[in-house]
Design a protein around this ligand. Structure first.
Ligand SMILES: [Zn+2]
Length: 315
């Protein structure tokens, strides 16, 4: 992109690599832009923004007037509160590789992830807003493309997400453009998303049911991944190993897990490295938690009532 920008005579700045643990240098850059009466605008994952704002807060850097656009992970009230604590504002964006941008953040939001559906580009319907239908939980979103120029023509495709759809008068500029359908509380029901990285349930289940027991012992229900959000909005992943499994080196288990999930295409490798760098995973000994039905689920997520061991993904 930079080469093309140079050829076009409108050079983009040279990119600088910043490790995930060094988000303070980005906070300092944002503070510098604010000091020059500019508005820094960062497009990033919610958990990365939370980490950046916490680092800024600890270093006494105010980011009043800074803007974030957040996508790729749930945007929760706790995450938003941590971002607002340093004076910054954040708007969500709902997008995916298959459909591009689906919805843009409301500027007079009634929920942490209040969005305006771009209904001239996509049709979004729910097979059952309040009740589950075969293969889909309540509130599942099914999307269709409305433009022949769509990168991929989708017809009633489940993106693996559920949300609440509503019509509401918010009075924000996006409504005045004609986008009047809101959606909020967008959550995945068949993917694990943490630190901006997304894995399909079935890939994780392969690792938890087959790869880890084969290497360290125990059975398919002795390993469980628990996703949590800390009070300040940071994602946390705990890999729970049943105490009946023989004594283990926790670091070796964490290493084997990350190695196994990174074993797919280049994309999985990138996600593995990102999780490693973010230090998201912690291995603990304890009995895996049972779901509401009494079944041991491989993924135990806050706010996710039921897990699914047979995900149907169109992506
Ligand atoms: Zn709005």
């Amino acid at each position: 992109m930079r080469w093309v920008s140079l050829l076009a005579g409108t050079p983009l700045p040279r990119p600088d690599y910043v490790p995930l643990r060094d988000s303070l240098s980005i906070a300092r850059w944002m503070a510098k832009i604010l000091g020059n009466a500019g508005t820094p605008h960062l497009y990033t994952f919610p958990s990365s923004a939370v980490g950046l704002c916490q680092a800024a807060c600890e270093a006494g850097i105010a980011l009043r007037g800074a803007h974030f656009t957040l996508a790729g992970e749930p945007i929760t009230a706790a995450r938003l509160a941590t971002i607002r604590a340093v004076g910054a504002e954040a708007a969500p964006r709902y997008a995916c590789a298959e459909a591009s941008i689906v919805a843009e953040g409301c500027l007079a939001p009634a929920a942490a992830d209040d969005l305006h559906l771009l209904h001239d580009v996509h049709a979004l319907v729910q097979p059952g807003p309040d009740v589950a239908t075969p293969g889909l939980p309540a509130g599942a979103l099914v999307i269709s493309s409305l433009r022949p120029t769509a990168p991929l023509i989708l017809l009633n495709v489940s993106l693996g997400d559920q949300a609440q759809l509503a019509h509401r008068e918010c009075g924000c500029p996006l409504e005045r453009l004609g986008w009047t359908t809101h959606l909020h509380t967008v959550r995945s029901f068949e993917k694990l998303t943490a630190g901006g990285m997304t894995f399909l349930d079935r890939d994780l289940i392969r690792v938890l049911e087959v790869a880890l027991p084969a290497r360290f012992g125990g059975g398919p229900t002795d390993y469980q991944l628990q996703e949590e959000e800390t009070r300040d909005g940071r994602p946390r992943l705990r890999l729970l190993v049943h105490p009946s499994v023989s004594p283990l080196d926790n670091d070796a288990v964490a290493d084997a897990f990350l190695e196994a999930i990174g074993g797919g295409s280049g994309v999985e490798r990138v996600m593995e490295l990102h999780w490693r760098q973010a230090g998201l995973l912690r291995v603990e000994r304890g009995a895996p938690l049972a779901g509401t039905t009494g079944k041991i689920l491989h993924l135990h997520q806050q706010g996710r009532a039921t897990g699914r061991s047979d995900p149907r993904s169109a992506t």
